[in-house]
Design a protein around this ligand. Structure first.
Ligand SMILES: Cc1ncc(COP(=O)(O)O)c(C=O)c1O
Length: 440
């Protein structure tokens, strides 16, 4: 390994145990297709598509070239009151991929911003249609919607909330759907739990009154808290209740978008059309930050037509909304997904992935395996008094043996690039099995 020509001191790393990391750093210096290269020259199989985002595999020439070409042509275009061709073309592509009649796209940069944008659009829409008292926002326990104040307010991860005060004032949460007693080792959608959606009506609407509620936001399948697949019928019930009471339904598809569940969006996979979809990550194969919200025509038209002619209709946007380099990356990425039929590929390889991960049932420490499409959660029994420690040991062991997994609490989360081969799935699961046998 070459000596480092940098210090580790000044960088404060996100969602990282900084002191632990800096005592034994894990540094990647290159990536190609299914692998990273470490600074000591080892190949590491990417079992997580980076952070659920490199869906087409790393450093794909078509995307890299499009970015380079755009940088040679126009590095930036003001996002406000000016436009450039690629952002309009990418909006059209996303409209064509979106389910149902969702047909207007608002660009942001990160998933967190996409979520804040969707929540703000929900409030602006309710106001524009004369229901401005609808300001309550409903999220779900164990939901992850990024780290903005909007996202942590509707999000349901205690550690992400507890240091940050009162957050948004009018928020409530549905119960999560995770239940090991009922659903352990489910393959695909668990059978039990659709009735948990009824709490929207029986508890939340009963408490706040529907006339005060603007929107409900959920991940169709929760990723960051350990792959929680929606029970059969659950999302349908949420949709019915939202329709009955005039609540907008937002699907946060930052993880589930772009093939993770075998279609462009999980909305299509599960057959439930929300009023808005947030997306990020896979839209550019993670090469350049880009995110956004896709909305139904009524939401767009109500807000836009409510403003006087010639006036800005929605007082919202980012310096880098629709950035030319990011949209060039997105155009190439969406083209690549289409050309290589990667969403179909995810669908067709998913049964092999399912069988492989469920082969971990019976391994030491494993108390659940769950999966959908090309995502899986392997839940371990926690060590007494040390939540998360066992899975973190498994993570370190896998990394030493040439595999990148992600851990959240005591759950190992897998979300490989959609180009993964069957032999690589077997290698991935075999490495995890060895790690589970090796740790205490
Ligand atoms: C469902 C969901 N929403 C929002 C986000 C936040 O995205 P970002 O980290 O780009 O802000 C994430 C990130 O993992 C996510 O999984």
């Amino acid at each position: 390994m070459k000596p480092r020509d940098y210090s580790l001191d000044s960088l404060w790393m996100p969602f990282t145990a900084n002191r632990q990391f800096k005592s034994a750093p894990r540094i990647f210096v290159a990536a190609k297709d299914m692998h990273f290269t470490t600074d000591d020259g080892r190949q590491v199989l990417d079992g997580t598509a980076g952070l659920w985002c490199v869906n087409a595999g790393h450093c794909r020439p078509r995307i890299v070239d499009a970015i380079k070409r755009q940088l040679d042509t126009m590095d930036y275009c003001p996002a406000f009151q000016m436009g450039h061709p690629t952002e309009f073309r990418v909006a059209d592509l996303l409209r064509d991929m979106a389910p149902g009649d969702l047909n207007h796209v608002f660009f942001a940069n990160s998933g967190s911003e996409a979520v804040d944008t969707a929540l703000k659009i929900a409030l602006a829409y309710q106001r524009a249609r004369g229901e401005g008292q609808r300001t309550v926002l409903i999220g779900r326990e164990r939901g992850y919607h990024g780290v903005g104040f909007g996202g942590i307010s509707v999000g349901g991860i205690p550690a992400n909330r507890k240091a940050y005060g009162s957050m948004l004032p009018r928020v409530d949460h549905l119960p999560h759907t995770h239940n090991l007693e009922k659903n352990a080792f489910s393959r695909g959608q668990p059978a039990w739990g659709a009735h948990l959606a009824d709490e929207l009506e029986t508890r939340i609407i009963a408490l706040h009154d529907a006339s005060n509620i603007a929107a409900v936001i959920v991940e169709p399948a929760a990723g960051s808290t350990g792959v929680l697949v929606p029970p059969v019928g659950y999302l349908q019930r949420l949709r019915q209740i939202c329709d009955k009471h005039g609540l907008l339904l937002i699907f946060d598809e930052v993880i589930t978008g772009f093939g993770r569940t075998g279609h462009a969006f999980a909305a299509e996979t599960f057959g439930v059309i929300p009023d808005m979809i947030t997306f990020a990550k896979g839209v550019t194969n993670a090469t350049i930050p880009l995110s956004g919200v896709i909305v139904r025509p009524d939401i767009h038209d109500t807000i836009v037509n409510n403003a006087p002619p010639g006036m800005v209709e929605l007082f919202h946007g980012y310096t880098y909304s629709g950035h030319p380099v990011a949209t060039a990356a997105a155009e190439a990425t969406l083209g690549l997904y289409h050309e290589e039929k990667l969403f179909e590929r995810a669908r067709s390889i998913a049964p092999h992935f399912e069988n492989a991960v469920h082969g971990l049932k019976g391994m030491p420490h494993v108390i659940d395996v769950r999966n959908y499409g090309l995502m899986a959660g392997i839940e371990l029994a926690p060590r007494a008094g040390k939540p998360g420690a066992r899975a973190f040991d498994a993570f370190l062991r896998c990394f030493d043996k040439g595999l990148l997994v992600r851990v959240t609490g005591d759950i190992i989360a897998l979300s490989p690039p959609l180009i993964i081969e069957k032999a690589q799935i077997d290698q991935l699961v075999g490495t995890i099995a060895d790690a589970l046998k090796a740790i205490d």
